[in-house]
Ligand binder design. Structure first.
Ligand SMILES: [Mg+2]
Ligand SMILES: [Zn+2]
Length: 197
């Protein structure tokens, strides 16, 4: 069985740029390659699950997305922080054009990309996590059956503040200011479960 950390991409790994698709616009958030490496060293596989409505809207193509992911991994490889698999949803239920206008299972908070990952990995859900900067990321993880972590980069800090102000109980297990904080949380939590067994 494999422990997986599922990761949103934009606002979680790289800076949120509207409809990122050019390699020259890719900027890793501070400490992200190091955080990814920490998780790999702890025995996790890294799986990106990203909604790419820009494909649906015709702003860029699947080829662009795959090219960007290949480039991202070339860069991450330098840090020993390669992503093990990328999954993306190119659809949008309303704004999609042609074949991409679709109510699909893969668009988060749906679980289709997690199920695609199951074709490749024997996922140990009890030791897997989902990290993202939006509630739909957390929801997707919870819908799939793994704990969600909201990260404060991208939209996450604002979302966390709103939830706190309203006094709502968050859907996520943990709020991490950065991906490094999320990685440390996961390592600490796994350490506890390991010693409890
Ligand atoms: Mg995001
Ligand atoms: Zn989809």
């Amino acid at each position: 069985m494999e422990k997986i950390v599922f990761l949103d991409r934009d606002g979680t790994i790289n800076e949120e740029v509207n409809y990122l698709h050019r390699t020259e616009d890719l900027k890793f958030l501070p400490g992200v390659p190091e955080a990814l490496r920490l998780l790999k060293e702890a025995g996790f596989k890294l799986v990106v699950v990203t909604n790419q409505a820009g494909v649906a809207r015709g702003y860029y193509t699947c080829v662009d997305v795959e090219h960007l992911h290949a480039y991202m991994n070339e860069e991450l490889k330098k840090y020993g922080a390669e992503i093990d698999a990328f999954y993306y949803c190119p659809h949008h239920p309303v704004h999609g054009i042609g074949i991409y206008k679709k109510v699909c299972q893969c668009r988060k908070p749906g679980t289709g990309m997690f199920l695609q990952a199951e074709e490749r990995f024997r996922i140990d859900k009890a030791h897997s996590y989902m990290i993202g900067d939006k509630l739909l990321d957390v929801e997707a993880g919870v819908n799939y059956g793994v704990p969600g972590i909201l990260v404060g980069t991208g939209y996450g800090a604002d979302i966390n503040r709103e939830i706190k102000e309203k006094g709502e109980k968050p859907l996520y297990d943990f709020y991490a200011e950065t991906l490094m904080d999320a990685a440390r949380y996961i390592r600490a939590r796994e350490g506890k479960t390991a010693s409890a067994v």
